[in-house]
Ligand binder design. Sequence first.
Ligand code: 48H
Length: 255
Amino acid sequence: MNIFKYPVNAGQASRMILGNYFRDLERAVESDVIVVGAGPSGLICAHELAEDGYNVTIIDRHLVPGGGIWGGAMSFNKVILQKDTMGILDKLAVPYQEDEEALVVSSLALASKLIFALSSQPKVNIFNLMFAEDIHCTKDRVDGVVVNNSTIEISGLHVDPMVLMAKAVLDATGHDAVLANLYSQRIPLDIRKESFMNPVQGEEDVVKNTRMIAPGLFVSGMAATNVAGGCRMGPIFGGMLLSGKKAAQLIAAYI
Ligand code: 48H
């Protein structure tokens, strides 16, 4: 007697994966917004925009989205947030503990809750193992991202990329500010690089520096810090969440 009344064979599984993945990918060819980088600021931005009804595509070069959240500090899996972000954590059902007038959160809980919230959103498409190798511009306005498969990047092969189009693009690529740097290779842009570590200042900076840096191109999180020369903040993540939220508001007002 078989255990499974509805067995799935290999052909079915392959057909279902290909059909469904490529349906999502085709939908992502024209999005309202593309978020490049699935760290905390990119994920929050995408979540806010999707809740407001925008179609959002998120790409991340790594196998597992979440960016710098997972590692906590020095690989100790806790991150610290200001109490001002309690409302965001509550909304995402991320558990926290209050300590020393701040919040302590498991980095595993924060990353997985954010990923879960987004992957359950019908307006959001997340593509992991996909990296942005360039930007698409029409008359200096950023209106798309040139993407390739991360395994091609890792293997160093020369394989031509594909383009995903959008009304606005967010550079949420963290410390490297990849898209801002790509833009500045063609059109002068003032990129100042991150300044010294100073968490109190850095957390203010990252939110203030979240902005549109070129028509259609926005920066959030450490990418915003990098562009504007803001201070680093170490394992304090409230600024990343508020930066993502601010990016969503700016993008919604722009598109
Ligand atoms: C596709 C890409 C590409 C590419 C990179 O670094 P992140 O976690 O980003 P933020 O800015 O939301 O959060 C920063 C935070 O994690 C941090 O590092 C802090 C607070 N540091 C303080 C300090 O003092 O050091 O995530 C960026 C994501 C990653 O997942 C990358 O894989 C991805 O972007 N990424 N994805 N195409 N070209 N480049």
